[in-house]
Design a protein around this ligand. Structure first.
Ligand code: MG
Length: 475
């Protein structure tokens, strides 16, 4: 080898080594050295098909789409229940609501005259994180009890700003019967018709809350909280009241969306997401923060144009078909989360174990959790340990997913749609990977799978203690 060739080999080797180093840097994102900040952005009644990144053709959600592109977009991500109260209890406790008593066969959710709320004996994610020094804020809809002892400030949150239940509750008497009211045009539906209170900590600061501006105020409140608490690790649970009906948008967003008012509302939520991401970046916190976006349950379909879309999934809010509980699940954390499309099964209940792990908090050992640590998937796209989903309605299991397969033991329509209650023996069986719209029953071909699902349920029931019903009692 002459000197020229030797030089060439040397230079090529140096170049390759430096390229490899660069590649390694790209492929192995640096893990946070300190406790990461967590922000959960939780929409209300937003469906699987309502975001640009999940296929909506006219609702523009560039900030959420950016989160999905730069982070992970999960396509098999589930809310803990198909309606508000149990779904929120599931997310914050990492437990099926049947265990905490936050689901009931008598009332599906809490109301302004409900007597109870999330029991003090439950451990919330905020309480977990507080044990290692997190600052914690709940901003937005609570719906786990509006009496003082049940408010966020008594469940591990240092700060609360929000409406403690659904924005259609407290409808001022004498207007019209509930379902009649919604038949009028959107222009006639006014924020002052809903006497919902806005709380700061345990004080009512505005009643009725001005819902025209509530979405942007929640986002702005989150931005302020981040700026004021950036020296410590923080956890913000931002639970928007919208796009649950009644739909309201700020003047800036009214009439901007090709999708109509429902689109205006989502584009205002998305704008807030953009402000939050920008704040994290401007404050130098982005590399050490995890932002999650999802929704509490599927779209409320009887509201027609004022309800969302479950996309290709069957049915919507309140049902145990996929449209009731499968949701967009977007995880953003530059430098930490390995970007990609994730088809593994996950649940909002998993945030409890995942964030506890990332923050270095041990899980409680005195109770059964239904929470899986998703961090190996978030960091390295490994398989999740979660393989199953149980679809409860009240305290009854209506359906169960194991791997790709879902069996329905009971199906039941909701809000006058999707038919009467039917029990199925043998169960209906769908392969959700092949048939996400649950169209083609294949039970007769897979007795083995049905047996496995029976075993899963038998095991679940073998140590199940049903919590005392917290939803049934009203004043
Ligand atoms: Mg909801």
């Amino acid at each position: 080898m002459n000197i020229k060739s030797k030089l060439f080999v040397l230079l090529t080797t140096i170049l390759l080594i430096s390229c490899n180093e660069k590649l390694e840097k790209v492929e192995a994102p640096s893990r946070a050295q300190t406790k990461p900040n967590f922000i959960i952005i939780f929409a209300d009644d937003l469906g699987y098909g309502d975001l640009g990144a999940y296929g909506n053709p006219t609702i523009k959600t560039p900030n959420l789409d950016r989160m999905a592109y730069e982070g992970q977009k999960w396509t098999n991500f589930y809310a803990g229940a198909s309606v508000c109260t149990p779904s929120r209890a599931a997310l914050l406790t990492g437990r099926l609501p049947v265990r905490s008593g936050m689901t009931s066969n008598k009332q599906r959710v809490l109301f302004p005259d409900s007597k109870n709320g999330l029991p003090a004996s439950e451990i919330t994610l905020a309480e977990q994180l507080k044990t290692v020094g997190y600052k914690t804020a709940a901003i937005g809809k609570w719906h786990l009890g509006h009496k003082e002892q049940y408010l966020p400030t008594n469940h591990g949150f240092d700060y609360y700003f929000g409406i403690p239940y659904s924005n259609d509750m407290d409808m001022i008497g004498g207007l019209k019967p509930y379902w009649e009211y919604w038949k009028q045009p959107n222009d006639s539906i006014k924020t002052e018709h809903f006497n919902v209170p806005l709380f700061r900590n345990t004080e009512i600061i505005e009643r009725p809350a001005n819902q025209n501006t509530i979405t942007t105020r929640y986002s702005d409140e989150t931005v302020s909280y981040i700026k004021e608490n950036k020296e410590e690790p923080f956890f913000v649970y931002l639970a928007h009241n919208l796009p649950h009906i009644p739909l309201f948008a700020s003047d800036t967003f009214k009439g901007i969306s090709e999708r109509g008012l429902y689109g205006d509302v989502l584009e205002e939520i998305d704008d807030g997401v953009g402000k939050i991401l920008k704040t994290l970046e401007d404050e130098g916190l982005a590399e050490n923060s995890i932002v999650v976006f999802t929704s509490d349950n599927g779209p409320w379909l009887p509201f027609k144009l004022n309800g969302g879309s479950a996309g290709l999934l069957r049915a919507g809010k309140g049902s145990t078909w996929e449209g009731g509980m499968r949701e967009p699940g977007i995880f953003w954390g530059p430098g930490q989360i390995k970007p990609g499309l994730i088809t593994e099964v996950g649940s909002t209940m998993d945030l409890f174990a995942t964030f506890s792990k990332m923050a270095g908090v041990a899980l409680p050992e005195d109770r059964i959790l239904d929470s899986h640590d998703l961090s190996p998937t978030l960091f390295d796209q490994e398989e999740t340990t979660r393989k199953s989903i149980l679809y409860y309605r009240g305290t009854e299991i209506y359906a169960a997913r194991l791997g790709d397969f879902k069996a329905h033991f009971i199906t039941q329509g909701v809000y006058g749609q999707f038919g009467p209650r039917e029990e199925h023996d043998p169960p209906l069986l769908y392969n959700l990977s092949h048939d996400p719209s649950e169209q083609f029953d294949i039970a007769d071909k897979h007795p083995d799978i049905l047996k496995q699902i029976d075993l899963l349920i038998a095991e679940h029931k073998s140590n199940l203690v049903v919590g005392k019903d917290q939803l049934a009692d009203r004043e």
